[in-house]
Design a protein around this ligand. Sequence first.
Ligand SMILES: Cc1cc2nc3c(=O)[nH]c(=O)nc-3n(C[C@H](O)[C@H](O)[C@H](O)COP(=O)(O)O)c2cc1C
Length: 246
Amino acid sequence: MKNWIAVFSFSGRCSEADVDISRDVWIHYACMNPGTDFRQDRNLTKKKEGKIMAKVSIHPTNDFCPQTLFLYGTYDDEGQANFGLFCWFSYTWDGEMGVMACIGGNKLTRENIHKRKVFSANLVTEDLLPLADYLGNTPGFSLKKKAMDFETEEGRILPVPVLKASPVVFELEVRQFIPLKDGEVMLCGIRNVLQEDLLADEAESSAKKLAAIAPVRTTCKEYFGWDGRSLGAWGEPGKAVSAAES
Ligand SMILES: Cc1cc2nc3c(=O)[nH]c(=O)nc-3n(C[C@H](O)[C@H](O)[C@H](O)COP(=O)(O)O)c2cc1C
């Protein structure tokens, strides 16, 4: 009896792990030999001192759920490039792949996107982190940020500023604005993806390519390398840039 799918629901105590599982409904997709004890799979869950850890309920947070970081590039009314740091970014599917982005509060990036309906999303790497952190902690409305000079090029399809140093860039066109109480969700069409040519090398593994570009992830108000190293708390890597700016 191979290739079966089963839904198990039960209550009581798991003697093996001594953990109360009475509320759990275990949905177990398995392809295993008859007679295998499906409960053994739970051993894959986190253990501490040989015991399966219990969960605790906490206030809403996305701590321990790492996110990818992007610098959104827009042009302001004077045609000057502006970049802000963003992590509430993910993908959609509606016959083709799209992007969803959430911006909270009033900021220059949001204003610029509203006016022009286009922006670039530039993947943040370890090389870019000091600049990215600075741009994420310096409002676009401030004179300090306005005085910055970025190494940019023009998007290939859309009139958006693209950071030369970013290895992966989306050129995005907003198709739908969904206003919320304070923030806004933007559903975007991906008009173009720019990728550094080394990423197209089919002879190289994705693991090596990722290690080479070193994308930065964030959670718990901290930055992490692709290999899990801590790269500092929010506001730390950018100190080098603010010192150089002043
Ligand atoms: C790590 C990090 C992630 C951020 N992600 C977002 C985000 O997803 N959405 C948002 O509205 N602001 C986010 N911010 C805040 C903006 O980067 C910040 O408001 C910045 O000033 C925006 O640039 P602008 O003022 O030039 O528009 C983030 C800041 C940091 C440090």
